[in-house]
Design a protein around this ligand. Structure first.
Ligand SMILES: Cc1ncc(COP(=O)(O)O)c(C=O)c1O
Length: 392
């Protein structure tokens, strides 16, 4: 089964940039564009269905994260959820707490939100990471203190897929009285998440990474955590995100969350198997020129980032229109510079320039994976003195 939007196009291996809307999600949302137009805050007949839909979607998103519905704040996407978490938590922190802690490999929505707080007297500490992009909890322990307001560490990196030891990091933050935020844009719906069990205070969910539309997201906010709103107005979303709710997209996110929850953990196992097959195929065809970027096991199930020695990945992909993939995050795509994420992991500029990010999702199939590996290998020029590689 394929998605109608992918049926006659290139093999889609860029699910980390965005996912097609699942047809079932589209169908669930449509009545809220065509019929159920009411404002959920109204007191009449037309408000009733949208209000119920809002409550249902809140429960569906909560269930995906093992949270309670009251802990879910709908936002207009991931950047807004990150900004609300970071600016909201920092500006609500008691005055002595003026330190933010994060990683250089975070999404720009996190990095820029931290940077924006400089003007409010906050400083940002960037912690070191290892060659896989993982943070050692001992390094957080060294940097954190009574002046820390917030620690923000992504659940899984969007370029390499490297997963962080979230529960351990969250426990350290809590012990020091700081809040812990994780951007789970790439992990929510792809891996089972239990916010309470992991001790997370704030967690970002992004609709368009989990088969809902762009422009919708959510922030999990642990009950009892206080944030300063960043959008002011009529007091919707517990006063933290004013504005009449985007019911159709909220319904879409709720439905997408429900589908993801029903599919897990099987979907993660299936994707990890396809991801590993893609890696093995590339290694079989290109041998030691293929180097894995990111953690070998602690990795998002659908993300494969590999460098092919001696290759300019951007030019390589441009020469294979039969594949839609990326060299880094969509935010950096088009910039002719090696990925800052890979450089922050200590990689040479050559290896970072040779990196392909191949991200798999709901409609990726085994034949597609095998074909993609053949197409990539077929385009790679033989290395000097490497007669075994042909087909450039
Ligand atoms: C890790 C991560 N955080 C945040 C975002 C931003 O989400 P949005 O595009 O909905 O603002 C993205 C999407 O590109 C992402 O990959």
């Amino acid at each position: 089964m394929t998605h109608p939007a992918l049926a006659n196009g290139p093999i889609y291996l860029d699910y980390n940039a965005t996912t097609p809307v699942d047809p079932a999600v589209h169908e669930a949302a449509l009545p809220y564009l065509t019929h159920h137009f009411g404002n959920p805050s109204s007191a009449h007949h037309y408000a009733s269905e949208p209000r119920q839909a809002l409550a249902r979607a809140r429960r569906q998103v909560a269930d995906l994260l093992a949270a309670t519905p009251e802990e879910i704040i709908f936002t207009a996407g991931g950047s807004e959820a990150d900004t609300l978490a970071i600016r909201g938590a920092a500006l609500a922190a008691p005055t002595p707490r003026r330190q933010l802690i994060t990683l250089a490999t975070e999404h720009p929505a996190v990095l820029q939100a931290c940077r924006s707080l400089q003007a409010d007297g906050f400083t940002t500490t960037m912690l070191p990471i290892d060659q896989y992009g993982r943070l050692d909890p001992a390094d957080l322990e060294k940097a954190i203190g009574p002046g820390t307001a917030l620690v923000s560490i992504a659940y899984g990196n969007s370029e390499t897929g490297t997963l962080q030891p979230i529960a351990e990091l969250a426990a350290i933050a809590r012990r020091h009285g700081a809040l812990f935020h994780t951007d789970a844009a790439q992990a929510a719906g792809k891996l089972p998440i239990d916010v309470a069990g992991q001790g997370v205070d704030l967690l970002t969910v992004v609709g368009h990474k989990m088969y809902a539309p762009k422009g919708i997201g959510a922030l999990y906010l642990r009950s009892g955590v206080h944030l300063q709103p960043i959008i002011h107005g009529g007091g919707q979303e517990a006063g933290l995100r004013s504005g009449t709710e985007n019911i159709a997209f909220i319904v879409a996110l709720g439905h997408a969350a429900e589908l993801a929850r029903q599919e897990l953990p099987g979907s993660a196992v299936r994707l990890a198997a396809l991801r590993d097959l893609l890696q093995r195929e590339l290694e079989r065809l290109l041998g030691e020129r293929v180097q894995l970027n990111g953690h070998p096991t602690q990795r998002l199930p659908g993300t494969l980032n590999v460098s092919i020695a001696g290759v300019n990945a951007r030019k390589l992909l441009a020469a294979i229109p039969q594949i839609a993939a990326a060299t880094g995050s969509a935010c950096h795509e088009g910039l002719d510079a090696p990925s800052p994420v890979l450089l922050a992991m200590g990689m040479s500029a050559d290896r970072a320039t040779a990196a392909l990010r191949l991200s798999l999702g709901r409609w990726t199939s085994e034949p597609q994976v095998r074909r993609a590996a053949d197409l990539i290998a077929g385009q790679v020029t033989p290395a000097r003195g490497d007669g075994a590689l042909s087909g450039a």
